[in-house]
Ligand binder design. Sequence first.
Ligand code: FEO
Length: 398
Amino acid sequence: MYCTQKITEDITYIGGSDRRLALFENMYPIPNGISYNAYFINDEKTAVVDTVDKSVSALFFENLAHMLGGRHLDYVIVNHMEPDHAATLEELVLRYPQVKIVCSAKAIAMMKQFFTFDADAYTLPVKEGDTLTLGAHTLSFYMAPMVHWPEVTVTYDQTEKILFSADAFGTFGALNGHIFADELPFGAAELQEARRYYTNIVGKYGAQTLALLKKAAALDIQMLCPLHGPVWRKDIAAFVEKYQAWGAYAPEENGVLIVYGSIYGGTQNAAEILAAKLAEKGVPTNLYDASVTHASYLVSEAFRYSHLVFAAATYNNDIFTPVESLLTDLKAHALKNRTVGLIQNGSWAPQSGKKMQEILESMQNMTVLPETVTVRSTVKEDSFAQIDALCGALVASL
Ligand code: FEO
């Protein structure tokens, strides 16, 4: 049975949430599920803004039929062709063959790759700044390439001053009743999921995100309707400010994130001693085991902190795999502008420090402190001087 939620008098939420999927994009854990948002605009002409993932397609079509109440569907606006939003497009065309698909030219090319229907017969391509009038509502379209795919557009409802922002301003987590962010306990945990969503999904494309924010700054936005997570009608400026930081790879926290990869505990011990010393000095510090915590959380935390410490055992004459994988991931997400300390461990030939430094030096504006700590199997009395030196260098550079 349908389950719709009113956003404004004319705009209704017709998406759905999946709480059974373990890994979003078959990669990112989503312990609290995820929502696939779609919106219905009720006007002289009817329109849907984006469709949904296959997992919630039955609900979406019930919602849409309910909202139409026997009317024709005139338009579907496809801001993003990724299947978590566009998987149901072909079925929509089959059910509503008179519909026009409004999208960028690049989206049409992708449509032909994903589907077999005659995309040219259904599509109405739009360019930057084009408008579409539904009656009382006039929509304008803006290109948002690489936020998060090249074909992406965002749609601005000039009448209600609502930005349908595609993946931008999305959050991991199902919608559990309340549709508006201001009705939720949107605290640190929820912000972490917004950050984890942005940094992992869009994080590589900071420059393109900043370009979108620049365009958005010229619009009077009273509401943000993203494709995942709650709708924002309050505190929009604060959320945009977070996006400015994330897009610019600017840290939010002047503090130290320590991530270790330890086989028998020696490297972990060194990392914990460093964390305790930093905390004693009043430095905001956080510590994770790369073998335990999924990399998506660590990528998100690395975007948050100004200073990073990687502690890794030597493994196969290289970096212990979980830390190596994390560094590769951070590089792939284009993280930059951080100060980094290193702890290496090796029972016969410590190599992980050198190898970690090589990866970091291939990234942009990563300052590696020279005070690398070398542990031989386990921390000994003489290791304290090295850990103190790294701690001092980190504190001095904060
Ligand atoms: Fe939520 Fe890029 O898809």
